[in-house]
Design a protein around this ligand. Structure first.
Ligand code: SME
Length: 158
């Protein structure tokens, strides 16, 4: 199966997995597992926007990204607004594709094995509530096809 076929077979599976469940963490956990299994990415997971336990930023009412359900090696637990690829996707409220993470200013290297990355915001009521972050050990792994399908998956999580 090529990439498009894999996404096309995955989408209805994910839809049926999560449509009957309202708990966002349970749904994020299954989405991370389904994507990780299907594509064999290096790291696949979510960071959720939280305000508990955040020092300065929470006072401004912004919060911080906190590690959520994921598949893969251990990762950084907190990412501030506007920092790294994840914090940038959150700030812009749009998908960020990074062909070579070593060229991305401010990239947060949770793992030295990661070479390319895509981050998709999960948006509910016009607010970013989480980001879906996928890392690859190859360069140039992600393109508009990934963006198209992953944004559809992110919309299912609303
Ligand atoms: N590289 C990300 C941090 C998260 S890890 O890759 C899992 C970033 O720059 O936001």
């Amino acid at each position: 199966m090529n990439k498009i076929e894999t996404y096309q077979s995955l989408l209805p599976q994910i839809e049926s997995l999560i449509s009957g469940e309202s708990d966002p963490i349970a749904n994020m956990a299954n989405v991370a597992a389904a994507l990780h299994e299907a594509f064999g990415f290096w790291w696949t997971g979510f960071y959720r926007v939280r305000s508990e336990g955040v020092e300065e930023v929470s006072r401004a009412g912004i919060g911080e990204l906190v590690l959520g359900p994921f598949q893969g090696p251990i990762a950084c637990t907190r990412i501030p607004y506007g920092k790294g690829v994840c914090g940038t996707a959150w700030q812009r409220a749009e998908t960020v594709i990074v062909p070579n993470v070593h060229d991305f200013p401010g990239h947060i290297a949770c793992s030295s094995a990661s070479n390319s990355e895509i981050v998709i915001p999960v948006i509910r009521n016009n607010q970013v509530i989480a980001v879906l972050d996928i890392d690859s050990t190859d360069f140039n792994t992600f393109d508009e096809t990934d963006q198209f399908y992953l944004e559809q998956i992110a919309k299912m999580l609303k």
